[in-house]
Design a protein around this ligand. Structure first.
Ligand code: ATP
Ligand code: MG
Length: 658
């Protein structure tokens, strides 16, 4: 780029508008006993492959690998020649080491008092029985098994049973429709579906089996449907149906776990579908488990003997795969699993669970945190949460205001917050503070983890200087990277490896601040081009959320005759805040003051809800349709399609107001 030519600023890839000067040092006590020190960055930089080999040594291998990495871009093989059994690593070896009585899962059902405790010995028996049951159903190595279940212990048990025998699981989130489920069953050509009659959601049984029946009617390849009885509601039974309690309970509780190749597939998982058609992401065993376990250890500073760890995600998303099932179990952790919603039977349910089990590490999503902010500070204040020591966030950029609220009102201002950036495709955490090392900044994912080489580049692929914004890329392969898109090699190359030569492109925008720390700025498809400036949705949304009346915000760029695109903001007010006639002006001025006049929204709409995926992420493309008065696009991955009617109804009153 030519320096100091007119219009230079218009060539900037992504503007850096938000200034944030707060910093939180790691607590001294945590830092002095942390699982990892700052030296790890240098060690990994000096010998990245050797660093990952040492991380892989935390697992128990049947045969040690010959070659740590074989890289024929964009295809990686990790720990080539090595063999291991993922279920053995997650379960058996802890029992063999004398830790069989340690609790693996404290399970909390949604109905009050409905709980189960599974020790590692319990888990070993249940997984072994389930593995024997799968064999009886004719499921073997390499076969695909679709799992469509509520958050009950049989879900991780089913996944581990598949892993044990080398079958490939494809967990489909229990909120998806029959069409979405049958599409995923067909795409993976699954021969078995594991489900339940239903689960509990918002205080009532919520049926799953009728959806499975409808889906399986379209899937001739499905031979059996294995059904867990959870709610006891009546279900229709077909010739393919087998009850879990009839089949699994009578099996032997012994099953020998044979090692599988490090590159044998472990699972397929479809992305959340925030941007469009979900992709069937393929993960394998050795590298995946290495990075899932290692990151769970260092990013949360897990002390398996004393910590009680709770990740609130659904196991149907990658966060649940890596940080409820595989990472924590490989590390021998004690985890909490909760079946239901945060507002059942009351809005303090999460904090009641933290208090009840003495949760020490909590991992949740910005969408939940903003909801808790909206519900009010007085709710968490009623509970004793002094056991907490580390907090995590994942799923979307966390707005600085939400981060600070989380730190203060949940973490008692003493717990570090780790903002962890990663995706279904990366399999495990890639960019995150380390709680005992990093002086974290609210809203920043900070640095790539040791062993991860990520950068921010401009549209030509050149690194942006500190203070600049652009495209996030990963320069070197990492152990838990996706091995492809199921059945579509070309889409793998096109989607992730064609934008920049030799670099993985995740689709997210980011900036480096003046210290070189990384801030995620949202999806590059959502970036707004206003008067020649590329403005990130995240920065404008964070500015809005920093206004005391705003709980949540989503912004989009809508076509504008003068500026190219203009910013249209959809906001939800905090509990107690009034929708006054001058609120739009107040918020527009607030953004202009925080980020500069260029980022001032043309329109502000106060709405009751925002369109979100079932994993809780805002779907901006639908808001763009509203802002540009188009008919609304594909809503199949939307959690609640009625939301779009509520929002569209708000539009006529939303005239710009200068
Ligand atoms: P699809 O790929 O189908 O559109 P999705 O991207 O929402 O769905 P996931 O793999 O669950 O599916 O989400 C990963 C994405 O979530 C990341 O690419 C990023 O956009 C966002 N994300 C996750 N964690 C963070 C974080 N800590 N900060 C910023 N963004 C994050
Ligand atoms: Mg994605």
């Amino acid at each position: 780029m030519a320096p100091d030519t007119p219009g230079r600023e218009t060539q900037e890839t992504l503007s850096n508008l938000l200034q944030e000067n707060r910093r939180f040092e790691p607590p001294a006590e945590l830092a002095s006993a942390a699982n990892i020190t700052a030296d790890a960055y240098d060690e990994a930089a000096a010998d990245r492959i050797g660093f990952w080999e040492r991380a892989a040594e935390r697992l128990t291998w049947g045969r040690r690998w010959d070659t740590a990495l074989e890289w024929n871009a964009p295809f990686a093989k990790w720990f080539v020649g090595g063999t291991l059994n993922v279920a053995y690593n997650c379960v058996d070896r802890h029992v063999e080491a004398g830790r069989g009585d340690k609790v693996a899962y404290h399970w909390e059902g949604e109905p009050d008092g409905d709980t189960r405790t599974l020790t590692y010995s319990d888990l070993l028996r249940e997984v072994s029985k389930a593995a024997n049951a799968l064999a009886e159903l004719g499921v073997g190595k390499g076969d695909r098994v679709a799992i469509y279940m509520p958050m009950i212990p049989e879900l991780p048990i089913a996944m581990l049973a598949c892993a044990r025998i080398g079958a490939i699981h494809s967990v489909v989130f229990g909120g998806f429709s029959a069409t979405a489920l049958s599409g995923r069953i067909q795409d993976a050509d699954a021969k078995l579906v594991i489900t339940a009659d239903g689960g509990y959601r918002r205080g009532a049984p919520s049926a799953l089996k009728p959806t499975v029946d409808e889906a399986v009617a379209e899937c001739p390849g499905v031979e059996h449907v294995l059904v867990v009885r959870r709610t006891g509601e009546k279900v229709s039974e077909s010739g393919k149906d087998v009850w879990w309690h009839d089949l699994v309970d009578r099996q032997s509780d012994r099953h020998e776990a044979v090692p599988h190749d490090a590159e044998d597939p472990l699972y397929i998982l479809y992305t959340s579908g925030t941007t469009g058609k979900p992709k069937g992401i393929l993960h394998t065993t050795g590298g995946y488990l290495t990075q899932a376990a290692w990151t769970h250890d260092v990013v949360f500073d897990l002390k398996p003997d004393t910590d009680i760890y709770w990740c609130t995600a659904d196991i149907g998303w990658v966060t649940g795969h890596s940080y409820i099932v595989y990472g924590p179990l490989a590390n021998g952790a004690t985890s909490v699993i909760y079946e239901g919603t945060p507002d059942t039977p009351h809005r303090g349910r999460f904090w009641e669970i933290v208090q009840k089990y003495g949760v020490t590490i909590l991992y949740t999503a910005p969408t939940a945190i903003r909801t808790f902010m909206k519900w009010g500070d007085d709710i968490p204040a009623k509970y004793d949460m002094s056991s907490l020591r580390v907090l995590g966030s994942v799923g979307e950029p966390i707005n600085p205001e939400a981060y600070v609220w989380y730190r203060e009102h949940i973490g008692g201002s003493r717990c570090p917050v780790v903002d962890t950036w990663w995706q279904t495709e990366t399999g495990a955490i890639m960019i995150s503070p380390l709680p005992g090392v990093t002086a974290a900044k609210p809203g920043a994912a900070m640095r790539p983890l040791p062993g991860i080489v990520a950068d921010v580049v401009d549209d030509q692929g050149n690194p942006v200087p500190d203070g600049g914004g652009g495209f996030l890329v990963v320069r070197e392969p990492w152990p838990s990277m996706l091995r492809g898109i199921w059945g579509d090699e070309k889409r793998y190359t096109d989607t992730y490896w064609s934008r920049f030569e030799g670099m993985y492109f995740p689709g997210d925008g980011a900036k480096k601040d003046d210290d070189g720390d990384l801030w995620l700025l949202g999806r590059v498809d959502d970036v707004m081009l206003v008067s020649g400036h590329n403005i990130s949705t995240t920065e404008v949304e964070s500015a809005l959320v920093s206004h005391p009346k705003v709980a949540e915000a989503a912004v989009v760029g809508a076509t504008d005759p003068i500026t190219g695109q203009a910013i249209v903001a959809f906001t939800i007010l905090r509990g107690g805040a009034e929708e006054s006639p001058d609120i739009a002006k107040e918020l527009r001025d607030h953004v202009a003051k925080a980020l500069g006049p260029i980022a001032k929204p043309r329109q502000i709409l106060v709405v009751p809800e925002l369109p979100k995926t079932r994993s809780g992420k805002i779907m901006r493309r639908l808001l763009r349709d509203v802002a540009e008065n188009r008919s609304i696009g594909d809503v199949t991955t939307l959690a609640d399609s009625a939301v779009m009617d509520l929002i569209s109804a708000k539009l006529p009153s939303a005239a710009s107001d200068d």
